[in-house]
Design a protein around this ligand. Structure first.
Ligand code: ADP
Length: 583
């Protein structure tokens, strides 16, 4: 798995490559877009300039056309011819009036009457004297019989276009009439246009223009070519699209220029738009890259976390299975130890039982000897009664013997049962027969010690969980201890009672002996605690009884008896009849 640093490095490299590509693409796009915008603006400018050119050319031609035919027409008028008739006297005033009249009617700037040699007869506005190079050219044309056409400029920067025609009488040139056309209105109309418009005459001088500072200056002086032929520098400013149209009638050229500024603006607009689009595109690309990087890093983190978790789980699982193995080994060992303990305990119980039997042996042998002696007496009596033919007494004695034998057999059975090795299983057992068997075993001892055993049990059978031999061992031990404690006491009495309670089956073994001193109450359940003489007890009876009760899920407790003696409580788990049936 790639590390976080290497992912960042990769994305940094990607960013650099993308940045370079975006830069290159952006530059190309900016240049292309700028060029396209400029071209578009240029086309528009061209169209606009062409339109302006057409309109203005027409306007100019219209104005001039209006005056062009005026001199030829007037030259044929009699009143005009009369002004130059030889012998007509001084016609200066008449000529002046006529000139004013014509100028007033036609709207011309001035009207002049001249002699063919250039001398002035009269003018309307007295603006033009008829002298000068321009007038010379004008009169030359007239003398040649043509319509004289000439741009005239005065020192006062006044300009006019003069149309002149000869006044003839008898085919003789006697005078000239010149009409001067004013361009102020044309220029005023042009001044509304944003494009520089100007007219150059055949000498290349700017004659008419909406740029006052260019007026009457040679075009070459104003204009210098710059860059492409389409670009011109006029008066220090770049202008573009020098559209020109010839005005053949006048021998003039009409020029319309357009400002380079709008093209520059268009170029920069195109560049800015492409630049912005490029910037936006770059931004989107970079945001996308950023997101991809974040996504990669997050995926890496998730994967690392998952791997960490996996490793942790693996380690934990390993540790768990190891501890499982060791636990099951421990359980096995514990189980074996428990099994061993149970076996040892069973052996100990057996040993204790045998010890108890040993302790009881004197009383038990007495228990056997006494009926044996009685049997002997009864059998001797029976023989005697048989000899004397008293058969009824024989039968009576034999019946007694039978009863005694039964009693001995029963005791012997109990002894046999008691001395058997106890099992380790826990099952449902009836309580009464076990207590009976225990009583049978301890009774000889009790009788010997002069202790009475009182059994206090209800009729209904009590069923408990336990083992028959081990439970009998518990009761034998407890009753024996009570009998031992009552030794030497004349009114010694042990009461054995059993009853079913909510908490379980309770068996109480209570005596009216000396009881157990409070400081010994804890110790009596400890192994090898005894207050008896050496040989009379080894101090393991109660500890074994307590552990047997633990095996049965029950409990052995000590209580103080109301009579001041000891009272041992045996608590057992109750069993149901169905469980006995199952057994
Ligand atoms: P042992 O009988 O061999 O001494 P036990 O464990 O059976 O061992 O008894 C331990 C001690 O508890 C006895 O030595 C005795 O001092 C005391 N004890 C047991 N039962 C009684 C009782 N009913 N009255 C007085 N003391 C008792």
């Amino acid at each position: 798995m790639a590390s976080g640093a290497s992912i960042r490095r990769n994305f940094l490299r990607t960013r650099l490559i993308v940045a370079c590509l975006v830069c290159v693409v952006s530059v190309v796009a900016i240049l292309a877009s700028a060029q396209w915008w400029r071209q578009r603006a240029e086309d528009q400018l061209q169209n606009k300039a062409a339109e302006t050119l057409a309109v203005q050319a027409e306007a100019l031609s219209g104005i001039l056309d209006k005056y062009r035919l005026l001199p030829p027409l007037l030259s044929r008028e009699a009143s005009v011819i009369a002004l130059f008739q030889p012998g007509a006297g001084d016609q200066k005033d008449a000529a002046r009036r006529k000139a004013i009249e014509i100028a007033g009617m036609s709207g011309a700037k001035d009207v002049a009457f001249l002699y063919p040699d250039g001398r002035l007869l009269a003018t309307a506005g007295e603006l033009f004297s008829g002298q000068g190079e321009e007038h010379k050219r004008l009169l030359e044309a007239v003398r040649q019989g043509r319509l004289g056409r000439q741009a005239i400029s005065l020192e006062s920067e006044q300009r006019a276009y003069a149309f002149a025609f000869g006044i003839r009488s008898d085919n003789q040139l006697i005078g000239v009439i010149a009409v001067y056309v004013d361009f102020d209105t044309v220029e005023a109309a042009w001044s509304l246009s944003t494009n520089p418009i100007f007219v150059t005459d055949n000498a290349g001088t700017v004659f008419l223009t909406n740029q006052p500072q260019w007026r009457l200056k040679p075009l070459d002086e104003l204009m210098s070519k710059a860059g492409s032929s389409a670009q011109v520098l006029v008066d220090g400013k770049f202008l573009h699209a020098d559209l020109t149209r010839d005005l053949p009638l006048l021998d003039w050229k009409l020029h319309v220029l357009s400002s380079e500024r709008s093209l520059v603006v268009a170029w920069w607009t195109g560049a800015a738009i492409a630049g912005l689009v490029g910037l936006l595109f770059a931004l989107i690309v970079f945001i996308f890259i950023q997101q991809r990087e974040t996504q990669h890093l997050r995926m890496r983190q998730d994967r690392a976390a998952a791997l960490r978790l996996e490793r942790l789980v693996r380690e934990r699982t390993k540790a768990l299975s190891e501890s499982n193995v060791s636990l099951s080994r421990e359980i096995d060992e514990r189980w074996q130890a428990e099994e061993q303990l149970r076996l040892t305990q069973a052996e100990l119980v057996q040993a204790t039982k045998l010890a108890t039997l040993g302790q009881m042996s004197a009383a038990l042998s007495h228990e056997f000897n006494q009926p044996l002696a009685a049997i002997r007496t009864y059998s001797e009596n029976a023989v005697r009664f048989l000899d004397s033919g008293r058969t009824r007494h024989v039968s009576d004695n034999l019946t007694r013997i039978n009863r005694l034998v039964d009693r001995m057999a029963s005791l012997s059975r109990s002894l046999l049962s008691f001395s058997r090795k106890p099992g380790t299983e826990v099952k449902a057992v009836a309580l009464a027969p076990i207590i009976d068997e225990a009583l049978m075993l301890v009774r000889p001892q009790a009788r010997k010690a002069g202790v009475s055993l009182v059994v206090n049990m209800k009729e209904e059978p009590l069923l408990v969980f336990g083992g028959q031999i081990r439970l009998s061992q518990v009761f034998v031990n407890l009753i024996n201890n009570a009998v031992d404690a009552l030794a030497g006491q004349t009114d010694g009495r042990v009461v054995i009672s059993a009853r079913q309670e909510a908490a379980g089956v309770i068996v109480r073994i209570e005596d009216n002996g000396p009881g157990i001193p409070p400081d010994q109450r804890e110790s009596i359940f400890e192994p090898f605690f005894t207050t008896k003489d050496v040989g009379a007890g080894i101090g393991i009876g109660l500890s074994i009884a307590s552990s047997i009760m633990g095996d049965f899920g029950g409990h052995l407790e000590l209580e103080e008896s109301s009579s001041g003696g000891a009272c041992f409580i045996v608590r057992l788990r109750p069993a149901a009849v169905t469980e006995i049936a199952a057994e």
